[in-house]
Ligand binder design. Structure first.
Ligand code: ANZ
Ligand code: ZN
Length: 772
């Protein structure tokens, strides 16, 4: 093999062969067989599908896709039937805002962007089964998104409300709590306001307890589970009634500390609390109260509950409550630090034990009772559980979303569109700009809006709000199992075979998408559509790739690196290995063009090693080869791709040292590398001349544990906490010798920069840690 390594030529060639031979096409379990009879084990590996933005992919996006690609190729070689699909999350604000800015219809923009994304992905050599591609804006797809909404509606889990909600004045639409980052719109960074709007709301709170409890069944990173627990915010406490003096009114409070009731010296109601109106006749300072209520109106919950914020409030003069434990009369206040939609919207204030109450009491000179005994507080305790989670505000006053399949009839009220009439198509329009009035742009399309009521035949109007961008992504993983089904959203047998997603990979949406999808899944479980209680058994959360300057990649900062350019310069295989070698998968790391030069060199060394193949195996390589099989196999399973790659680098070092390798040994090595560098391994495999067919359909090598025993130990060398090199030592070598060997390695010298190390620490048999 005298030929030079030319990734351009071999990558294009094999991508075409794979496409023509359809080797990555996923087979379904035979529908005549019951799922339980299907012998072949399955693996479903899924990426969080992208929304096709106009900026195209930058090198950060494919990181997760490369990981799932390696994992899926590996599992296929282990004999699994593998589902590894890709699709587009194309409805919603990001796509629509892009279209508005560039003055193109969102549908056209989405089509163009998808074509661009697909060509970028194609250059990287993924094993996606494109025959299963889905697009959430395709009527064949959103027919089922609408169908799920109708089922929620029929079960009373989709309801209408006109409570004040978050409104983004820039995106001109209502938003759910999950759409905010603190106090601003997650999409555009504008501060949100409160606005009263008629809207559809999904009763996610009915599932709060199961969404919380079933987190324990999931193999997910602990920090994501914790973020969900906090978002759900379960509190156990009690509800206690406080009587109002000279009135039949009672005010219920929610407290997590009923034992502190003897220290409750005043009450506070949210300004919105209904009792404020009911007690009107007793209130002596009505003007002041009304002024305060108006002041509160536009404040968001985040504003109101911000820590350290100066407390404000007004006493309801003329109103007294009775503390049921002490029987004492206590004053009643309204203040915005009490939120209307949490607990009962009213609290008993215990300044001695609650910091916020203390601040408030000090400012307004309210009594503070310290040394009380909680004896007998249980008498007032009616046990209660409350959640911070709010129902999901589901209406958007925007064009680019799934129409909500409801018809409003003057006589019958809100009526479901009959299932046979689905999908309700999103009409073509001239102008799709948001109106800003709180009405959707669809409201102006009179011949679409005016319909007859499916129930009574009378005059009626379509719902004109659309669904939020999270709707389509709340169930898409099911559609990949059966993308062309016209009669149901997913065939039951197929679902039984493929569900759940075995590994789900992405780096965003710790709560948003991952909570919505779990909610819909549990609902679909309840109505018999799916067979598992959770959609994603295991989650791998990835760290982002930053630009070379350490900043987030963005068009605005001009620091975007396009994978097309990297592939052109270094080849897809070097690009793939580099992204997996940058550091632990979950770490955020900055891109470095210097370092990708290093992985390209590794790929070239693999290429040159092909000329060292001889027929006889080399006994000296046996132990290391079997260690490498073991390590690479375990590391792929654990998403530790960087250390799998180091191990393969160690193997190539040893191969070069010996100068020869046996053909069978070489084949094993190529198979291990195949998921990482699919093109070069396929090319080298094809030149071996003994086997026909793709290396990617070969059997994954197994290690022989009797061959693992060794006198040699491979130690990792860290410089300032970063893995920089490896060192093979004898098991009986002294620490001093090991230190000298480590410091003499060129890879280490490079990082020392001629400086004396401050500290060299040897963790026997594992790590040599050098600090400069
Ligand atoms: C008396 C008390 C004494 C409280 C004490 C706490 C500590 P979590 O844990 O977040 O659920 N609270 C109840 N409803 C509220 C509302 N709508 N807006 C603001 N605060 C509210 O907090 C529950 C506690 O927060 C409740 O228990 C109540 O104050 C307050 F030493 O009652 B507590
Ligand atoms: Zn916005």
């Amino acid at each position: 093999m005298a030929k030079e390594y030319d990734p351009k030529e071999i990558e294009k060639k094999w991508q075409k062969v794979w496409e023509d031979t359809e080797i990555f096409k996923t087979k379904d379990p035979s529908t005549t067989l019951r799922a339980s009879d299907t012998k072949k084990p399955k693996t479903y590996v899924l990426d969080m599908f992208p929304y096709p933005s106009g900026e195209g992919l930058h090198v950060g996006h494919p990181k997760g896709y490369i990981a799932t690609d390696i994992y899926s190729r590996h599992m296929r070689m282990r004999g699994h039937e593998v589902l590894h699909p890709m699709g587009w999350d194309a409805f919603g604000l990001p796509a629509e805002n892009f279209a508005l800015k560039n003055k193109i219809h969102p549908r056209i923009a989405v089509e163009k962007n998808i074509a661009n994304f697909k060509s970028q992905l194609a250059h990287i050599g993924f094993d996606y089964d494109w025959s299963r591609e889905i697009n959430t804006t395709d009527p064949k797809y959103y027919k089922w998104t609408q169908w799920i909404f109708l089922q929620l509606f029929k079960k009373g889990l989709a309801y209408q409300s006109d409570e004040p909600i978050n409104w983004c004045p820039s995106c001109m639409t209502g938003l759910a709590n999950e759409d905010l980052d603190g106090n601003v719109c997650e999409r555009c960074g504008t501060e949100v306001e409160k606005r009263r709007l008629p809207q559809w709301v999904l009763k996610i709170t009915a599932y709060a307890d199961r969404i919380l409890k079933d987190l324990d069944t999931l193999d997910w990173p602990e920090h994501i589970k914790e973020a969900q627990r906090n978002w759900i915010g379960k509190s156990e406490g009690a509800e206690i009634d406080f009587k109002i003096k000279d009135s039949s009114e009672k005010i219920k409070v929610f407290t997590t500390r009923p034992d502190t009731i003897f220290g409750a010296t005043y009450m506070v109601l949210a300004p919105e609390h209904e009792s404020v109106v009911k007690l009107e006749s007793q209130i002596m300072n009505k003007d002041e109260i009304v002024r305060y209520i108006v002041q509160t109106k536009n404040k968001t919950d985040i504003d109101r509950s911000a820590q350290g914020k100066e407390k404000t409030g007004v006493e309801l003069k003329g109103v007294k409550a009775v503390n049921p434990a002490t029987k004492e009369e206590i004053p009643v206040w309204i203040a915005d630090y009490v939120l209307p939609h949490y607990g009962t919207g009213a609290i008993m204030a215990v300044p001695a034990d609650d910091e916020r109450d203390m601040e408030f009491a000090k400012k307004f000179k309210l009594p503070i009772v310290k040394d009380y005994t909680p004896a007998g507080f249980e008498d007032f305790g009616k046990k209660m559980i409350k959640y911070k989670l709010r129902d999901w505000v589901f209406s958007r006053q925007r064009y680019w979303g799934e129409p909500i399949p409801i018809i409003h009839c003057e006589k019958c009220g809100a009526v479901a569109v009959p299932e046979k009439d689905l999908p309700v198509l999103l009409p073509e329009v001239e102008s799709y700009e948001p109106s800003g009035t709180g009405e959707s742009p669809l409201a102006n399309i009179t011949d679409w809006v005016n319909v007859s009521c499916p129930q009574c035949g009378g005059k009626a109007k379509r719902e004109t709000n659309t669904m939020p961008q999270w709707a389509g992504s709340s169930w898409y993983y099911l559609r990949f199992m059966d993308p062309d089904n016209d009669t149901f959203l997913v065939d039951k047998e197929k679902e039984k075979y493929w569900a759940p997603v075995d590994v789900y990979v992405g780096g965003d949406h710790a709560v948003r998408h991952l909570i919505y999808a779990r909610f819909w899944h549990k609902f679909l479980f309840d109505i018999g559509v799916v067979s598992t209680i959770e959609p994603f058994a295991r989650l791998e959360f990835l760290g982002f790739i930053l630009a070379e300057d350490g900043k987030k990649m963005s068009k605005r900062l001009g620091n975007i690196i396009n994978p097309d350019d990297v592939v052109k310069t270094f080849g897809a295989d070097a690009f793939r290995i580099y992204e997996m070698f940058m550091g632990p998968f979950e770490n955020t790391v900055a891109w470095s063009t210097d370092s990708i030069v290093g992985t390209r060199r590794f790929v070239e060394r693999v290429w040159r090693s092909a000329s060292k193949v001889q027929s006889e195996n080399v006994p000296e390589l046996e132990t290391l080869l079997h260690q490498t099989i073991k390590k690479v196999t375990q590391d792929i399973e654990a998403f530790k791709f960087n250390t799998a790659i180091s191990q393969m680098m160690i193997f190539i070092n040893a191969l070069e040292k010996h100068g020869i390798i046996g053909q069978e040994q070489w084949k094993v090595f190529l198979k291990l590398l195949a998921p990482f560098a699919p093109h070069i391994t396929e090319e080298l495999w094809s030149t071996l001349g003994v086997d026909h067919g793709s290396i990617h359909l070969e059997k994954w090598p197994r290690y022989d544990s009797s061959k693992l025993e060794t006198e040699e130990i491979t130690m990792a060398i860290q410089v300032n906490g970063k893995m920089r090199a490896c060192l093979i030592v004898q098991h009986d070598q002294s620490e001093e010798e090991i230190k000298i060997l480590a410091l003499s390695l060129p890879e280490v010298k490079k990082w020392l920069n001629d400086k004396e190390p401050r500290k060299v620490l040897v963790v026997p048999r594992k790590i040599i840690s050098i600090v400069t």
